[in-house]
Design a protein around this ligand. Structure first.
Ligand SMILES: Nc1ncnc2c1ncn2[C@@H]1O[C@H](COP(=O)(O)OP(=O)(O)OP(=O)(O)O)[C@@H](O)[C@H]1O
Ligand SMILES: [Mg+2]
Length: 481
C-alpha cells in the first residue's frame, strides 16, 4: 500500500492511540472490534438503516472524523493516487474506531468506516446514492427527507443528514468544486457534480424547511434511440420520421413538463444532424452531448457576488449569430431568449432546436406567447404567433406518464396561420389506454393518417420516406408489458 510513495499521509505514527474514555456504544451486544484491516472497498453499500441515524452514531462519527482530520497531512494528500489514499485512510479510521473502544458489530463498524471515508473524500451520505446507476433524481428537502427516483418511480430514501449544518456543508462542497458559493447572499445556485449531474441548491431563508438540493443524474450510458425503442418510448416509424426531419433541417421545438425527458430527446434528435454542419449549443448547465466534430459549446454564467457579470442564454444566442452557425441548439428557452430563438430560426438558421416547459403541443403556443410578453416585448399576440408559425416546423411532445414511463406523446406539424390562430396537424401520437397491475400507464402509438406538408422538402434533402408510415394504424402497443 505504501509502495508507490515514501510519504505518509499521517502526521503521527500509525499505531493506534490509547483508548479514549468509553463512549456509549451505538449498537448493543456488539462483537469486539477486530484489528484494523484494509477492508475491500464495498462495491455497493446498503443504505443506512434508521437505527444508524441515532445521535450517538453521529457523535461517534464526527469524533472519529475530527481526529482523522487532525492526523492527516494535507500537503501529502494532494500528491497521492486517490485509491492509495483511500486505502490508507481506511486503515487509519479503523484504528481510530478501535481506539474509541466503541462496541460495534462487524457490519456497523464497516458502515461507519465507509461513511467517514465518504465524508472525507466525497459528498457524505450522498455517495451511497451516487453509486447506484438506477437512480435518476435525488431530491433532498432538508436534512431528514430524501427522495429518489429509481426506474421512473419516486420513492423515499433512508439516507439522512445529521442536521441543516451537515447538509449545508455538503452543498458548500458541491458549489466550491465548481467555483461557486451558496450562502445568504446567493441562496440559489446551479452547479454540476464531477460525473456531470445537474445540481440546484436553494437554502434558507428562501427554502423555508431547510436546505434543498435537487440532483438530476445522467447514467454512465446515455439513453439512445435503441433504448427509446426498447423502453417503448417511441415507435420505430416515428424515429425514421424524426431522423428525416432533423436531417432535412426543420426547426424543432421539444415540448414537455419537468423531468419528462426533453433534454434526453434533444440530445437524441441532435444525433441526426449531419457531421458537415457547424453547430453552436447554448445551455445554462451543459447537459447536451453532441457527437459531431464541429460543435461550439456555450454555457451561460450567473452573476458574481456583487450581482455583476451575468451572461444569459439570450446574450449567448445573440452572440452565436455572429459565429456563422449552421444550426443553433438551445438547451431550454424559458424567458426573453424565446423571441430571439424564433427570430434566429426565421433568419436562416434552419435545423435549429430547443425545448420549452409545456405539457402539450397546444400549451406550447400559449407558453411561448407568455414568455415573449413577460419579457417586456410589446408585440401583439398575432405577431408572436406569426413568428412562431413561420419559425417552428415541428413540435415533439415528451411526457412522463403515471408509474414512470416516458413517451413521445405527439409529433405535430406546424402548418401556418388561419386568421389569428396557428394551425397544426398531428402526424403521430401516443394514446393512453389504461394503467396496468404494476401502476404503469400503457397504450399505443398510432399514425394519424395525415401526411406532413413538408414531405417534399424532406425528400429533396435525400430522405426517401416511405409514405406508408403515415397510413392510419397502430404502430406499437405496450399493453402486454
Ligand atoms: N425515454 C426514456 N426512458 C426512460 N428514462 C428516460 C427517458 N427519457 C428520459 N429519461 C430519464 O428521465 C430523466 C429526466 O430526463 P431529462 O433530463 O431529459 O428531462 P427534462 O424534461 O429535460 O427535465 P427538466 O425539466 O428537469 O430539465 C433522466 O433521468 C433521464 O435519463
Ligand atoms: Mg432538461
Amino acid at each position: 500500500m505504501f509502495g508507490k510513495s515514501t510519504q505518509t499521509l499521517l502526521k503521527i505514527p500509525k499505531t493506534p492511540p490509547p483508548p479514549s474514555p468509553a463512549t456509549t456504544p451505538p449498537t448493543a451486544g456488539a462483537a469486539p472490534a477486530s484489528p484494523a484491516q484494509p477492508a475491500t472497498p464495498a462495491a455497493k453499500r446498503p443504505e443506512a438503516s434508521p437505527n444508524d441515524q441515532s445521535e450517538q452514531w453521529y457523535d461517534l462519527k464526527s469524533r472519529i472524523h475530527r481526529k482523522l482530520v487532525e492526523q492527516l497531512d494535507l500537503t501529502v494528500l494532494s500528491q497521492r493516487n486517490s485509491q492509495d489514499v483511500r486505502d490508507e485512510v481506511r486503515v487509519a479510521v479503523a484504528n481510530l474506531c478501535q481506539a474509541e473502544n466503541a462496541l460495534l458489530n462487524v457490519n456497523d463498524r464497516q458502515k461507519l468506516i465507509e461513511e467517514i471515508l465518504d465524508e472525507t473524500f466525497g459528498l457524505g451520505p450522498l455517495e451511497t446514492l451516487l453509486t447506484d446507476p438506477n437512480i435518476s433524481d435525488i431530491l433532498i428537502n432538508g436534512p431528514k427527507q430524501v427522495y429518489i427516483e429509481r426506474k421512473g418511480k419516486l420513492q423515499v430514501s433512508t439516507v439522512r443528514f445529521r442536521d441543516n449544518g451537515h447538509l449545508l456543508h455538503i452543498i458548500d462542497k458541491i458549489c466550491s468544486s465548481v467555483g461557486r458559493r451558496c450562502d445568504e447572499v446567493t441562496p440559489m445556485v446551479d452547479a454540476r457534480l464531477k460525473d456531470g449531474s445537474r445540481v440546484n441548491a436553494i437554502i434558507p431563508p428562501l427554502a423555508i424547511d431547510g436546505p434543498s438540493l435537487s440532483i438530476r443524474r445522467f447514467g454512465k450510458d446515455p439513453i439512445t434511440w435503441d433504448d427509446y425503442i426498447k423502453f417503448k418510448s417511441v415507435a420505430p416509424e416515428m424515429v425514421t420520421f424524426l431522423k428525416a426531419c432533423v436531417h432535412g433541417a426543420l426547426n424543432v421545438l421539444v415540448v414537455g413538463g419537468t423531468g419528462s425527458g426533453k433534454t434526453t430527446l434533444l440530445n437524441n434528435l441532435s444525433t441526426f444532424i449531419p457531421d458537415t454542419d457547424r453547430i453552436v449549443t447554448i445551455e445554462d448547465a451543459a447537459e447536451l452531448q453532441l457527437r459531431q466534430p464541429h460543435v461550439v459549446r456555450l454555457e451561460s454564467r450567473p452573476p458574481n457576488i456583487e450581482g455583476k457579470g451575468r451572461i444569459a442564454i439570450r446574450d449567448l444566442l445573440i452572440n452565436s449569430l455572429r459565429m456563422r452557425p449552421d444550426r443553433i441548439v438551445v438547451g431550454e428557452c424559458r424567458g426573453p431568449e424565446t423571441l430571439d430563438m424564433l427570430q434566429a430560426m426565421n433568419t436562416g438558421h434552419d435545423g435549429s432546436m430547443t425545448t420549452i416547459h409545456a405539457n402539450s403541443t397546444r400549451d406550447a403556443m400559449q407558453r411561448v406567447e407568455t414568455m415573449v410578453m413577460m419579457a417586456g416585448f410589446d408585440l401583439p399576440v398575432k405577431a408572436i404567433r406569426q413568428q412562431f408559425a413561420s419559425a417552428i416546423h415541428l413540435l415533439v411532445n415528451s411526457a412522463r406518464l403515471t408509474g414512470g414511463p416516458r413517451k413521445i406523446m405527439s409529433i405535430t406539424e406546424v402548418q401556418g396561420m388561419e386568421g389569428e390562430a396557428v394551425t397544426m396537424q398531428e402526424i403521430f401520437k401516443f394514446e393512453q389506454l389504461g394503467i396496468d397491475a404494476s401502476g404503469k400507464a400503457f397504450g399505443h402509438f398510432i399514425a394519424t393518417g395525415l401526411r406532413p406538408a413538408f414531405l417534399d422538402r424532406l425528400n429533396s434533402h435525400g430522405s426517401k420516406i416511405d409514405p406508408a408510415i403515415f397510413e392510419r394504424r397502430v404502430l406499437l402497443t405496450d399493453k402486454e408489458e
